[in-house]
Design a protein around this ligand. Sequence first.
Ligand SMILES: Cc1ncc(COP(=O)(O)O)c(C=O)c1O
Length: 354
Amino acid sequence: MPVQIREAIIALPAYPPPIAGRTGLRLDFNENTSGCSPSALRALAGIDGETVARYPDVATAEMAIAAAYGHSPASALLTNGVDDALLLLALTVLEPGTEAIIPEPGFAMYRFYAAQLGARVVAVPFRRSPREFVTDCAALDRAVTPRTRIIFIASPNNPTGHLTPAADLLALAQRWPDILICVDEAYAEFVADDATGLLPCVLRQPNLVVTRTFSKAYGLAGARLGCLFAHPDLLPVLRKAHSPYSVSTLAAACGAAAVDDKAWVRAYRREVIASRALLQTTLDELAIPYWCSAANFVLCNAGTRARELTAGLRARGVLVRDRGGDIAGAVRITCGRVSQTESACAAIKEIWHG
Ligand SMILES: Cc1ncc(COP(=O)(O)O)c(C=O)c1O
């Protein structure tokens, strides 16, 4: 008698992460291209065998990290990357017969986790113009049914880079108090004029959850650390459903040290904002259209030359991401240190001029 596999898993398309063969300048995954804060590395080096031998107790790190975001553990929960937070939210509210609304093109894991739980995914397209993507809140409202349990939305969004005004997302949560609204702020640190996002709002909006990652601005993608923020009435429910040891001692120590080194992350943020402007200017010069981005990447429309651009960059040691599966001709280019962006721009010019 074969093992019984759940229908949802049988139907689930596999998601093999495209991480093989990544040698060169990593502008393909929106990671930090500058490593991480030396304080995080020192914290890692300071961990002894006795500490590694124990199961993790991350309470102190959780308190320090929550405080750095203006919260306390009553409204903040460390997770094994934002991916773990997304899965936690999905398994808390989704089951067969329920629906998850996902604006698209968006981050692939929203669909992946909702489908794992056997929920129906209701995709709502962003409104698209040649220069901007815009979140269509009226279309999100229209997509709600009595079966809707959660709306996942990233702001700034990946892969489009566009920011949805915090007021619009809060209003969405206020209109649908019985639906979980997950605002994924993985790229919030790169928003030029305000990096606070919706963090303060979760304390007064019980159905709003905000996620932050250490994989981008903090350069800890390999450590796997995220933080989920929710109203103190909701957080204990999420904490109860969370695997007790999913955050490692090592990740928590790195994260606590990283948030303490404010100068390092501020300096990297400045580099990324300057890099983004430089990349956009280069694309303008070459008349390659792109969509306005508030994140650490720019999505451009290389049209019929997208393959040539990604392959040409790879041949020159620069890795970028072909997003043609989402939008024909789209190529996503991560912005890291200015010197790296200068090299990437020189390579783009060389390829484009033929
Ligand atoms: C919008 C968004 N959310 C979450 C993640 C994943 O974050 P983490 O590495 O913390 O799991 C990504 C990674 O690319 C992302 O683009």
